[in-house]
Design a binder for this molecule. Structure first.
Ligand SMILES: Cc1cc2nc3c(=O)[nH]c(=O)nc-3n(C[C@H](O)[C@H](O)[C@H](O)COP(=O)(O)OP(=O)(O)OC[C@H]3O[C@@H](n4cnc5c(N)ncnc54)[C@H](O)[C@@H]3O)c2cc1C
Length: 373
């Protein structure tokens, strides 16, 4: 079977490797090329919290090995800034914090040695029968996988439709020096302007490090953007209730626009959309890439259970298997965002009740952990 994968981000590269292992003849397209990024001494601010399903898939693809840049975390402490509600998840291996570029580099290294045909061109559009239009010529494929990220330009030009899920926000991310060690604990506090997470990173030269992800409403973001880096560090120290002591940025923070979106349908004929192309969600619980890797796992299972299925059946089956979880996660993220931002007394009560219930009932905690990958 001839398979074309559009986009060599982590999700597209993993999908290409899975198809190639299943015996497909795979072509991977990305106009940005397939070079690995040189990693700097300090951790890049774009960090992912990957759960066990994602790391198992990466291990199977040969793209996961012990490395000093990885940081395992054993617990996650979530608190509400406006009540005494809190919940702690603890497990020997809850997940790993890892730079997004590190993951992509590992996958690109496997792609380079796999015999996958890598083409540094932008795919303009694809017909539902699998004819790809490139700047200079056409190509055909039996299965076409769209993993081109959120913009989804090629998917839109090929007949997919985007549903705007709203929730326009801004995230500030960055690597921070922290006075106190994290001891393998991820911390998240729900504040009235948005959830702030301090995620554990490996120490550097005897100093402690955490990664910041703070999702903010647009008004607060534009106010904070005007702060000096020292005042912003102080604001983060105070908002995080000094849980890691005094914090300071090791580099300039990065501001990233956020929103929720999904496709009306994830498959059209032999075309299949996965990763952020199919579902862009808020980074509230660090689920985006985990959801994308679960799409790849569903693709892997479909290829194993129906090895001679045609492209359209593969696309339909993966899309059907993934739809429920994708919609549930998007809905839960939206709900969390609304409930934890609100000052309405009833919602405050509900928020406190939800965290207390999760804290008291191991089954609910396990469910949330399962959802997180
Ligand atoms: C602030 C923030 C924090 C996050 N934290 C987490 C976290 O803790 N855990 C987690 O799991 N997720 C997290 N995410 C989500 C995660 O970053 C995304 O889900 C993930 O990057 C999606 O990967 P992708 O491969 O689908 O898309 P991308 O990484 O966007 O890759 C798309 C690729 O497609 C290529 N491309 C684009 N157009 C074309 C075309 N026409 N033809 C060919 N190629 C094309 C691009 O060059 C690019 O290489 C976070 C996101 C944000 C914004």
């Amino acid at each position: 079977m001839k398979t074309a994968v559009i986009g060599a981000g982590s999700i597209g590269s993993a999908a290409a490797l899975v198809c190639q292992k299943a015996g497909h003849s795979v072509t991977l397209f990305d106009p940005q090329g397939f070079e690995q990024k040189a990693l700097s001494l300090e951790a890049d601010p774009r960090v992912w919290a990957l759960g066990s399903r994602s790391t198992q898939l990466l291990t199977e693809l040969g793209a996961w090995a012990p490395d000093e840049r990885l940081c395992a975390y054993q617990s996650m402490h979530v608190i509400d800034a406006r009540s005494d509600a809190r919940v702690t998840f603890t497990e020997a291996a809850l997940g790993h914090l890892v730079e997004a570029d590190w993951v992509r580099n590992q996958l690109l290294a496997r792609v380079a040695e796999s015999g996958i045909d890598c083409v540094s061109e932008r795919v303009e559009s694809v017909s539902q029968r699998g004819v790809l239009t490139l700047p200079k010529k056409e190509r055909d494929a039996d299965l076409v996988i769209f993993a081109e990220g959120r913009q989804a330009h090629t998917a839109l030009a090929s007949g997919f439709e985007i549903v705007d899920g709203g929730y326009r926000q801004m995230a500030v991310v960055g690597t921070l020096r922290s006075e106190q060690p994290h001891n393998g604990e991820a911390f998240q506090i729900f504040t009235e302007c948005g959830p702030l997470a301090l995620l554990p990173l490996p120490d550097r030269d005897g100093e402690h490090r955490v990664s910041l992800v703070w999702s903010l409403d647009l008004d607060t973001a534009s106010e904070l953007k005007g702060y000096s880096i020292e005042i912003l560090s102080l604001t983060i120290t105070q908002t995080s209730e000094s849980v890691r002591g005094a914090l300071s940025f090791v580099d300039e923070p990065i501001w990233i626009p956020l929103s929720q979106q999904s496709l009306k349908q994830d498959s059209l004929g032999c075309l299949l959309a996965i990763g952020d192309t199919a579902h862009g969600i808020l980074p509230l619980a660090g689920l985006g890439a985990n959801l994308g890797f679960t799409d790849v796992l569903a693709l892997q299972q479909t290829l194993a259970s129906a090895p001679s299925a045609r492209g359209d059946r593969i696309a339909r089956t993966v899309s059907r298997d993934r739809r429920f979880e994708q919609r549930t996660v998007a809905m839960v993220m939206g709900l969390f965002s609304d409930v934890f931002r609100s000052d309405q007394p009833l919602l405050q009560l509900g928020r406190s009740f939800a965290l207390r219930t999760a804290d008291r009932h191991p089954t609910i905690r396990s469910l949330i952990q399962e959802l997180a990958g």
